[in-house]
Design a protein around this ligand. Structure first.
Ligand code: ADP
Ligand code: 5GP
Length: 194
């Protein structure tokens, strides 16, 4: 992989509806440039999906452990998504930054809003859009990780999330993830800075 010139070292926040391909795009970026970018590992109260690894995919914690970190002001942001708590710990961001890595946060729009209104980090924001709601549903189902009820909740939430993509200036860039390679190229351009 050719070296990447990064002109902007601020954390990257990626958001967009569940199933749109955020994880796929981030994984490609981090696999290609492991010395530059690293995933923040969020805390969540949801259960492990097949293939997920504790401390790699998420820190899977109980609701009381999550609340305890909230009360210690341990999160940069946190939100309830589809009935479960999710949050990005301050510790995680500072560990990655101390290692010289650019943190990549995959978070929902509530989290984006919180960071923007209480900026304890200076970040850049990209939104990933599906080519259509039909394609999003197909991807969510194709991933095969959620039960029907969870799929329905995520699709309902997608309509709300998509409205944020149209707010002028809310995101620095909106990328339509139709063809994966094309979307990835745009994501790398964004990640490397202006
Ligand atoms: P998210 O992290 O946004 O919830 P994922 O990265 O898990 O989404 O992607 C959801 C599913 O869609 C996965 O099965 C993934 O392989 C697939 N996918 C991602 N990007 C594309 C694309 N451009 N075209 C078709 N399928 C895609
Ligand atoms: P999933 O359960 O599919 O892994 O994630 C569901 C949603 O939660 C996704 O939209 C993802 O971006 C979001 N999410 C994951 N981690 C965090 C986090 O730390 N904070 C917030 N606000 N959202 C998160």
């Amino acid at each position: 992989m050719s070296p990447l010139q990064t002109s902007d070292r601020r954390p990257i926040v990626i958001s967009g509806p569940s199933g749109v391909g955020k994880g796929t795009l981030c994984q490609k970026l981090i696999n290609s440039y492991p010395d530059i970018f690293a995933f923040t590992v969020s805390h969540t109260t949801r259960g492990l999906r097949p293939g997920e690894v504790e401390g790699v995919s998420y820190y899977f914690v109980s609701p009381s452990s999550f609340q305890s970190l909230v009360s210690q002001s341990g999160f940069v942001e946190h939100a309830v998504f589809s009935g479960h708590n999710y949050g990005t710990s301050k510790q995680n961001i500072s560990d990655l930054t101390a290692r010289g890595l650019i943190p990549v946060l995959d978070i929902d729009v509530q989290g984006v809003q919180q960071i923007k209104s209480n900026p304890c980090i200076d970040a850049r924001y990209v939104f990933i859009k599906p080519p259509s709601l039909g394609a999003l549903e197909e991807r969510l189902r194709g991933r095969g990780t959620e039960k029907e009820e969870a799929i329905q909740k995520r699709l309902a939430q997608a309509n709300i999330e998509l409205e944020y993509a149209d707010i002028p200036g809310f995101f620095d860039m909106v990328i339509v993830n139709d063809d994966l390679e094309e979307a990835y190229k745009k994501f790398v351009e964004f990640a490397s800075g202006p």
